[in-house]
Design a protein around this ligand. Structure first.
Ligand SMILES: Cc1ncc(C[n+]2csc(CCOP(=O)(O)OP(=O)(O)O)c2C)c(N)n1
Ligand SMILES: [Mg+2]
Length: 360
């Protein structure tokens, strides 16, 4: 069993400069992407609800870096960052928001419903907390596949949620089942301190020590500073390894902050400008850049300028792509409504033939 506290300082020291530079790239890509998303929204090129991720980049990049590519993940509606960090192209992500056929879900899902099966991303979900039982189910399926079907290897599922989902009944039912059945799912609370305009202290008990809630379900929890990507990786990776090894659940209170309003229309009366500025002064991208420049001498000012320009060009291309892509045909209205029946889905077939599931 891995000792979660042991490798804290050391794990990232063992990673190459290239790996850390790729994290910097991914975080900056998300930030630039979200700047362009907000612009496009204001120009009415994006419809529906839209929530940008600016400020929280270290959370998705740092946690996804600790996973295998085929570990399934599921998240809430503030999902563009997770999609990009998992490998979705900016083109597919932007076109989805523009409602175009070239989007990851043929333009039918929009900002809140990023799906990418090849990259093992199962949404993007708009109902607060609804993704937490889905993450539990993904973990059940993964464990069943490995242990009962004898296929593949041990996996861990990630279910991201906001602090506003902590009080949802579905989340508590999901945790209970995960604890009871030993399911390899890690619930990551991206705790940005607010659920729309309600601060976490006003909305939930034990706000300063959320891991106590998971403890009640027999789930090991960690509190992690989500504003420092090195710290995120160093603390999170051992938990992932442990949950994979022992096939059991985990919980993370990942402390972070969003720089923009809750959604694209939010006067932000519930917080002060000083509070926002204080968080910005600890910015996660600036902190990683400083580490790479001064402690590793892996990036120069000129490298950083070039990287920023490359990213700007890449994101601009994604906007052009989205704009010039065609709308879905009218006939798309009636496709993808129901899953096509598939004859050989073995786990559920076992149920249908009355075979008891040995995991239960
Ligand atoms: C079941 C349900 N209730 C209410 C809403 C309305 N709603 C949308 S976002 C939100 C706040 C959620 O905040 P949090 O989980 O902290 O996520 P964040 O926006 O901070 O990322 C609420 C209440 C909803 N979408 N679903
Ligand atoms: Mg929140």
């Amino acid at each position: 069993m891995t000792d979660v506290s042991a490798g804290r300082e050391r794990l990232t020291d063992q990673l190459s400069d290239d790996v850390l530079v790729s994290w910097l790239y991914d975080m900056q890509l998300i930030r630039e992407f979200e700047t362009r998303t907000a612009q496009a929204y204001q120009q009415a090129k994006i419809g529906g609800f839209c929530h940008v991720y600016t400020g929280q980049e270290a959370c998705c990049v740092g946690t996804i870096a600790a996973m295998e590519h085929d570990d399934p993940i599921v998240t809430a509606y503030r999902d563009h960052g997770h999609a990009l960090a998992r490998g979705m192209t900016p083109e597919a992500c932007m076109a989805e928001m523009f409602g175009k056929i070239t989007g990851c879900a043929k333009g039918k899902g929009g900002s809140m419903h990023m799906f990418d099966k090849p990259n093992h991303l199962y949404g993007g979900h708009g109902i607060v907390g609804a993704q937490t039982p889905l993450g539990t189910g993904l973990a059940f399926a993964a464990r069943y596949q490995w242990e009962v079907m004898g296929e593949g290897s041990k996996k861990v599922a990630l279910a991201y949620l906001g602090d506003g989902a902590l009080n949802q009944g579905s989340f508590h039912e999901a945790q209970n089942l995960a604890g009871l059945l030993n399911l390899p799912v890690i619930y990551i609370v991206e705790n940005n301190g607010y659920s729309m305009g309600t601060s976490i202290e006003r909305g939930t008990t034990m706000a300063d020590n959320l891991v106590l809630k998971a403890k009640g379900y027999g789930i090991k929890g960690l509190q992690i500073d989500g504003f420092d990507i090195l710290n995120v990786y160093n603390q999170f990776k051992p938990l992932v390894d442990e949950c994979r090894d022992l096939q059991r659940p985990g919980f993370v209170d990942l402390k972070t902050y969003r720089y923009q309003g809750h959604s694209m229309s939010d006067p932000q009366k519930y917080r002060s400008k000083d509070e926002v500025e204080e968080w910005k002064s600890k910015d996660s991208i600036a902190a990683l850049l400083s580490h790479l420049m001064s402690e590793r001498s892996a990036v120069t000012e000129a490298d950083w300028k070039t990287m920023q320009k490359d990213i700007r060009d890449r994101v601009k291309k994604s906007v052009d792509f989205a704009e010039s892509s065609p709308d879905p045909e009218m006939s798309e209205l009636t496709t993808d409504v129901y899953a096509n029946p598939q004859p050989n889905l073995s786990p559920t077939e076992d149920y249908r033939h009355g075979v008891r599931n040995p995991l239960l």
